[in-house]
Design a protein around this ligand. Structure first.
Ligand code: NAD
Length: 515
């Protein structure tokens, strides 16, 4: 198909941004996979989509690149990531605008997403000089024992629509300094941001000058493309971000071939508001955590447990915040809540609210918004739901701005309710009582991968290890020592003596030369 112009302002803006980012017209207008903007619901571009066969070819290419890249010294690998970080800095506002158009994030969140990419590049550059192993005490005289870390192979990265570029960058920056090559399958709902990111990476590669071809490849398409990454034994690590249902579908297939995995799956995150909490601070934190990104973050606050002595006061303030929040076009400065990604997301929200009402919930908000202005898009007012107890619907992740609020009487009850769901991603407590805060963070407290005090559960920094427990997948990405998941560890014992003592005192003396 020849390059064509798409109708509509938003489609034209998208194509202008892509052109300014240097993406060739045929790559953004001529493919089989259609990109849509949740802002208006209209088509904004078309990219090439692959199938299982082209994904296999991409894996072969990445595998060949790995054989070269693994021998490039890690600090030199870091230089490529540094250059990529420079490209991101230069393109920050353009790429952020594209995130807004394709994923529907408000402008500051679009910019924040690209900043997160820049931050992880900076982190990875430093890491490229710190991929350290240990030297360990050995029981044998004249011996030395140590651990060394080596590149792993092709890393397959499957990402979700709601962080269309940052999640890949978390994986890519670390995987690259660790000496791996990459094959990325972005969400089929956000192909253009992936295309733009690929272009920026290609520019960094060109400036770097000596990276092997196929070091980082993007394969666009749906599940069958992700499935090809899952099945191929050359993909040594699969890092998959998305729903728990996706994780459950691919985990057994990856286990079958003993692949290394990082699962970053769904969340059903809670916060506890204690009697001593600063309610001003709690309301601000809860508003962002529950309504930010239109409730479409894995770490979005979905369940709130409030001590009965502060419940009425807090609920009055939350009702005011939920009623006042501006829902609208995310490109406009006044907007705080943009659209849901598509009609399915809106349908899931409506069904969840119907269930909650049936179970005795009292709902404020939740109505469809802006249907006159954008009939093909799906905006919803965030819903605040007073629930009599933690019912079945509250225990599910609905990927939409719904906050279920429940009362508690004593701290142990709050802890039990917080941990009573299948997910274990993020959590927080609002308290000025040091004992409550410490108990929340202790072994008997929150069972989540992220546990915060006096801030909400969403909006993590890249320096910490990110990930959750239970149905949230158990993976860890980004900072701290997450890099170890992207490398293989070898334990080395070196004998520099003339003797051959065996460990644990085992004797095994084979006669030599007839003695
Ligand atoms: P999704 O599961 O529908 O899709 C995620 C990705 O997985 C997409 O690229 C999709 O094509 C691919 N995929 C889906 N099924 C597959 C299969 N059977 N085989 C191979 N690939 C498959 O998720 P989504 O709607 O894009 O994102 C929302 C979900 O992601 C929410 O549940 C959210 O909590 C979760 N999420 C988790 C994190 C985290 O870090 N824990 C971050 C972002 C989003």
């Amino acid at each position: 198909m020849a390059a064509q112009t798409l109708a509509g302002d938003i489609a034209r803006d998208t194509q202008d941004i892509l052109a300014r980012l240097g993406v060739a017209p045929n790559r953004r207008l001529d493919g089989a996979l259609e990109a849509r903007s949740p802002i208006t619901g209209e088509a904004i571009g078309r990219v090439d989509a692959g199938g299982a066969a082209s994904t296999k070819a991409a894996i072969a290419c990445a595998d060949a690149a790995f054989l070269v890249w693994r021998n490039v010294p890690a600090p030199r690998r870091g230089e490529l990531v540094r250059l990529f970080g420079e490209e991101l800095r230069r393109a920050k506002s353009e790429l952020a605008a594209l995130v807004t158009i394709e994923a529907g994030k408000i402008r500051s969140e679009g910019l924040g997403e690209v900043q997160e990419m820049i931050d992880i590049c900076d982190f990875a550059v430093g890491l490229s000089r710190q991929l350290y192993g240990l030297t360990l005490a050995t029981e044998r005289p004249g011996h030395r024992m140590m651990e060394t870390w080596h590149p792993l192979g092709v890393a397959g990265v499957i990402t979700s629509f709601n962080f269309p570029v940052a999640v890949w960058a978390w994986n890519a920056a670390i995987a690259l300094v660790c000496g791996n090559s990459l094959v990325w399958k972005p969400s089929e709902k956000t192909p253009l941001t992936a295309l733009a990111t690929e272009t920026l990476f290609e520019r960094a590669v060109a400036r770097f000058g000596s990276a092997p071809d196929g070091l980082s490849i993007v394969v666009q398409g749906g599940r069958e493309v992700g499935g090809a990454l899952v099945e191929d034994p050359r993909v040594r690590l699969v890092s998959a971000t998305g729903s728990t249902a996706m994780g459950r579908a691919i985990a057994p297939r990856l286990a079958q071939r003993f692949a290394r995995t990082i699962f970053e799956l769904g969340g059903n995150n809670a916060a506890v508001v204690c009697p001593s909490a600063s309610l001003d601070l709690a309301v601000r934190a809860i508003a962002f955590a529950a309504m930010g990104t239109a409730g479409q973050r894995c770490t979005t606050l979905r369940r709130l447990f409030v001590h009965e002595t502060v419940y009425d006061d807090l609920m009055a303030r939350l009702r005011a915040a939920f009623t006042a929040v501006s829902v609208g076009d995310p490109r406009e400065d006044a907007t705080l809540v943009g659209p849901l990604i598509d009609e399915d997301a809106y349908g899931a929200m409506r069904r969840a609210l119907d269930d909650a009402r049936m179970a005795g919930g009292v709902v404020v908000g939740g109505e469809r918004a802006l249907a006159d202005r954008f009939p093909a898009a799906f905006y919803a007012r965030p819903a605040l739901v007073a629930m009599p107890e933690q019912t079945a619907i509250v225990k599910q992740e609905t990927f939409a701005p719904i906050l279920y609020v429940m009362k508690y009487r004593d701290f142990d009850e709050a802890m039990r309710l917080q941990n009573e769901v299948a997910h274990g991603l993020s959590s927080s407590i609002f308290t000025n009582d040091m004992r409550e805060a410490e108990r929340f963070l202790s072994a008997e407290g929150s069972d989540c991968g992220i546990a915060n005090v006096n801030i909400g559960p969403s909006g993590a920094e890249i320096g910490g290890a990110f990930g959750g427990e239970k149905d949230s997948g158990g993976g860890r990405e980004a900072g701290s020592d997450s890099w170890k998941a992207y490398m293989r560890r070898a334990t080395n014992t070196i004998n520099y003596s003339e003797e051959l003592p065996l460990a644990q005192g085992v004797a095994f003396d084979v006669p030599q030369n007839g003695t």
